[in-house]
Design a protein around this ligand. Structure first.
Ligand code: HEC
Ligand code: HEC
Ligand code: HEC
Length: 157
C-alpha cells in the first residue's frame, strides 16, 4: 500500500527538479558592466561621474558652444579642456571598452556619435599619390591644376 520509503524521497526529488531554474539561476543574473578605467582621476569624483556624466556633458557642450569657454574648473580646482573627443576621449580612449560597456548594459544609445568621432575610428590612411605619379615624380598638385583648367575650358562661353 502506502510506501513511505519511496514516496517521500520521490516528493523531494520532484520539488528539487521543479525548482531547478530558481536555485540554479540564483545570483547568476546578467553580470554588471565592467568599463575599463584609466589610471588617475576623472574630471570629478568617480561617484559623481557615474551618476552625472550626462548632465556634465550637457554643461560642457553649452559652455563650449554657447559661451565659448573651453576650460572647465572642477570642484577640486583642477583644470580640464572641455571637449568630448578632445576631453573625455583623451583619457577614455576606447569607446567600446568604456562608454559602450555601460550603455549596452543599460540599453541607452546616446546619439552623440552621429557627429562626434570616437578615437578608434580616426585611423584612416593619409592619401598617397598613385603609382604612376610617383614613378614619373609628378607632383600631385599638377593633376589638380590640369583638372581645374579643363573645367575652365568647358565652362567658358
Ligand atoms: C548634429 C551633430 C551633433 C550631435 C548629434 C552631437 N554633437 Fe556635440 N557638437 C557638435 C558640433 C558641430 C560641435 C562644435 C565643435 C566645435 O566647435 O569644436 C559640438 C560640440 C560639442 C562639445 C564641446 C566641444 C567639443 O569639442 O567636444 C561637447 C562637450 C559635445 N558636443 C557633446 C555632445 C554630446 C554629449 C552629444 C550627445 C548627447 C553630442 N554632442 C551630440 C555636433 C553634434
Ligand atoms: C584626465 C583624464 C580623464 C578625463 C579628461 C575624463 N576622465 Fe572619466 N575617468 C578617468 C579616470 C582615471 C576614472 C576612474 C576614476 C577612479 O577610479 O576613481 C574615470 C571615471 C569615469 C567614470 C566612472 C566609471 C565607473 O566605472 O564608475 C565615468 C562615467 C567617466 N569617467 C566619464 C567621463 C566623461 C563623460 C568625461 C568627459 C566629460 C571624462 N570621463 C573625462 C579619467 C578621465
Ligand atoms: C559606469 C557606466 C557608464 C559609463 C562608463 C558611461 N556611461 Fe553614459 N550613461 C550610463 C547610464 C546608466 C546612462 C543612462 C542614464 C539615464 O538614463 O538616466 C548613461 C547615459 C548617457 C548619456 C545620455 C543619453 C540619453 O539618451 O539620455 C550620455 C550623453 C552619455 N551617457 C555619454 C557617455 C559617454 C560619452 C561616455 C564615455 C566617455 C559614457 N557615457 C560612459 C552609464 C555609463
Amino acid at each position: 500500500m502506502y510506501n513511505r520509503d519511496k514516496v517521500i524521497p520521490g516528493i523531494i526529488i520532484f520539488v528539487l527538479f521543479v525548482a531547478f531554474p530558481i536555485w540554479w539561476g540564483h545570483g547568476k543574473s546578467v553580470p554588471p558592466p565592467n568599463p575599463e578605467l584609466p589610471k588617475g582621476k576623472c574630471v570629478e569624483s568617480k561617484e559623481y561621474m557615474r551618476s552625472q556624466h550626462m548632465q556634465l556633458l550637457n554643461v560642457w557642450r553649452n559652455k563650449a558652444i554657447r559661451e565659448g569657454m573651453r576650460i572647465y574648473v572642477s570642484s577640486d580646482g583642477s583644470r580640464h579642456w572641455i571637449g568630448l573627443q578632445n576631453g573625455c576621449m583623451k583619457c577614455h580612449h576606447d569607446k567600446s571598452k568604456f562608454c559602450d560597456r555601460c550603455h549596452t548594459y543599460a540599453a541607452v544609445q546616446p546619439y552623440c556619435w552621429n557627429c562626434h568621432i570616437p578615437p578608434e575610428m580616426k585611423k584612416f590612411k593619409t592619401p598617397q599619390p598613385s603609382f604612376l605619379l610617383r614613378l614619373f615624380k609628378i607632383p600631385p598638385k599638377l593633376k589638380a591644376v590640369q583638372a581645374s583648367s579643363e573645367e575652365a575650358e568647358h565652362g567658358e562661353p
